[in-house]
Structures are given as C-alpha cells and as structure tokens.
Design a protein around this ligand. Sequence first.
Ligand code: ATP
Ligand code: MG
Length: 404
Amino acid sequence: MQYSEIMVRHGELSTKGKNRMRFINKLKRNIQDVLAAYPQVTVKSDRDRTHVYLNGTDYEPVVESLKQVFGIQSLSPVYKVEKNVAVLKKSVQDIMTSLYQEGMTFKISSKRSDHQFELDSRELNLTLGNAVFDVLPQIKAQMKKPDLNLKVEIRDEAAYLSYEDIKGAGGLPVGTSGKGMLMLSGGIDSPVAGYLALKRGVDIEAVHFASPPYTSPGALKKAQDLTRCLTRFGGNIQFIEVPFTEIQEEIKAKAPEAYLMTLTRRFMMRITDAIRQMRNGLVIINGESLGQVASQTLESMQAINAVTTTPIIRPVVTMDKLEIIAIAEKIKTFDISIQPFEDCCTIFAPDRPKTNPKLKNVEQYEKRFDIDSLVARAVAGITISEIGPESARDRIEHLLDDIL
Ligand code: ATP
Ligand code: MG
C-alpha cells in the first residue's frame, strides 16, 4: 500500500481565536513554498487540519521537509481507502502484517464523521480488531499505550488509516507575526538569529551588505546559500543586497581607526532601517551576541542602536558561542558559515576597535560625512531577489560540483 497524504496538525495557532483562518492560510502557503520542488503535491487546509496530498510522490522526503516547517505540531502519513468494510478489513490486515514484530501489542482507534456509515466507531474497532486476529492470532490487543495504535477515520469522501504520529517543529507559521529585516552577514550568528525569529512567526527579509571588489562573489553566494537554508522553515525569503563599498571606503578615509567599526555599524543600521520602512517591516533582527568580540559590548550596542528607535531583536544576545554553534549545526547553516569568504566587516576591521565608543565622539566624527546622501545612494542601489528552496535539479548540480 502507498501513502496518499500527510495529515498535518496545526500547532499553537489553535488557540488564536478569530485569527485562526489567517494563520492556517499562511501555514498552507508556507508549506506550498517549502514543497515547491515536488510539483505533484497539492495542499488543502480546513479549520482543523492541513492535508498534503502526495499524488504519487514518495512520502519520505516530503515528511522530512514538513518536519521543519514552523506552525506544525505533528504529522501523520495516511492511507486513503474506499469506505467499505471488506476493503477496510483487508487494508488493516495488510498494514498490520507488514508491521508485525514478535510480542507487539496494538489497538484500533476508529472515529467517524460520516454518521451514515454502516458501523459506528465501537463496532469498527471490534470488526477491524478481529480482522487483525484472523491474520495474526498471536498478537495482543492493549488499550493503554499499545506499541501500535492504528487510527481509522471514516470521513464523507473516504476512509483514512494512519499509525505514525511524527513531531513537528512547533513555533508559529512564518508571517503570522509581521515582517522584520534580518541583517545577514556570512557568519555563524545571524542565520541562527534568523531561524529563531522565524520560529516565532516573523517573516524575514535578509539584508546583506556587500563591498565588492573587497568582498568576493563567494561571500555573496554564501549569504544567499544561508538564506536558502532558512527557507526550509517557512518558505521563500527576499534577499536584499546592499552596495556598501562607497561607504566603507569613505569611512576608512575619514574616521579614526578605533571608530571604524562603530561608524560602519551605524551606517548599516541606518540603511537597514530605511529599507525596513520602505518595505513595511516592523523590526530589525541581528546576530549580535554579548561579549564575543570588542564590537559587541553593551557600550557598543548602545552607540550603534542610537541611530534608530525601531525595535531591534537580538535572538542570540545572551547565548554562549557554543550554544549558537549547536543551533547552527542543527539547522545546517554551520558548514556554510565557516566557508572562508571574507565579510565586508572583517576586511576593514581595525586591529583594536574601541570597546567603549563614546556617542559624543561618534557624532563628532560623523560630521565629516554627508550621511543622508550616502544612505540614500546605498538604498537606491539595492537589488532584491526571491530565494526559494533548493530544487531537485539544484541539488543534483551541487552534488556534481562536490564530486568534480
Ligand atoms: P555573525 O556571526 O552573524 O557574522 P558576528 O559574531 O561576526 O556575527 P559581528 O561581525 O559583530 O558579529 O556582526 C554583528 C551583526 O551585524 C551580525 O550578526 C549581523 O546581524 C550584522 N552584520 C555584520 N556584517 C553584516 C553584513 N555584511 N551584512 C549584513 N549584516 C551584517
Ligand atoms: Mg560576522
């Protein structure tokens, strides 16, 4: 027998009252994005569940993808069979004989939403349980915590059988908490920050500062690959590349070395905020973590933050590096992040950046710049592209690249 659909149970959103349908529709669209590589698959949602119809697609990779999508509490691969007692008996027997192992206990849990069906749920449990004993006389029924709980659902259009309950990623469907701009470098921390924001339903757009020719095409591709990695949790992400060369050169030429970093970060923040406003984002998300490097002291954070009143979410701010790395490995961004392409900040980084930059000094140095037009030019020069999940074809090409 072949699975016909994956049944998806919604997560936390079931508590969300009248917003429920909005949440469910968002989840449905995210699932469609994430499964775009499987053109046969179709998705349908109702108030209680989302049905992912396989239409012949192999179920395993689809389940693996669904397990990562935020807003899903659990999922079950399901067999769809004709609503007919003889067919049901035969199907239940086939499933149980294929799964049986010595000493196994089981139960049948039937439910019918079609009340016209000839057997009620109690009769179904009995009839189908007896059918199992006919082919597996040695198997034991057990009502509490059986090894295998075969669920039978009689709905209007057909009957559905399932026995696996797979845990989903939890969290909220991406997009149900509004939009934020993720400042995405090529490092380890910002992709993790992005992942954590996605988990709470924030729709992120990735803002990446590139300074060609000082930064290589490889560095840009790395940021795009990291973004692609993040699409697994909730669908496509807009990738925004900001031309940053002019600003970095000007800072290098005009600001004292110890303040390069602070000034650079303040420009990044201003530009990100301008893009956020233009694109109706509500917050900025970054990968700042306390005390890792000189640039990440509280004094530094205050000086950088002073250019905007927009809320800045720092999901990894209090985590140890090892905790961040553990998440990066889990979400498979780590191996991409450690690829050796220089980020724009590393290239211009002074040997000894100021750990306690004084806002008064910062503002003094910034008088040397025409901030508004520098920001405006960078914003005018952005390029936006939509990044979706890797298609089967991309995957094969990458595998070939690795081999050759
Ligand atoms: P990461 O590992 O995310 O690069 P980090 O520990 O290297 O972080 P910093 O280099 O101080 O820390 O950067 C702090 C944050 O500033 C980053 O997490 C990121 O959000 C943002 N940032 C730094 N460089 C860039 C860039 N080139 N483009 C976009 N955002 C950046
Ligand atoms: Mg970095």
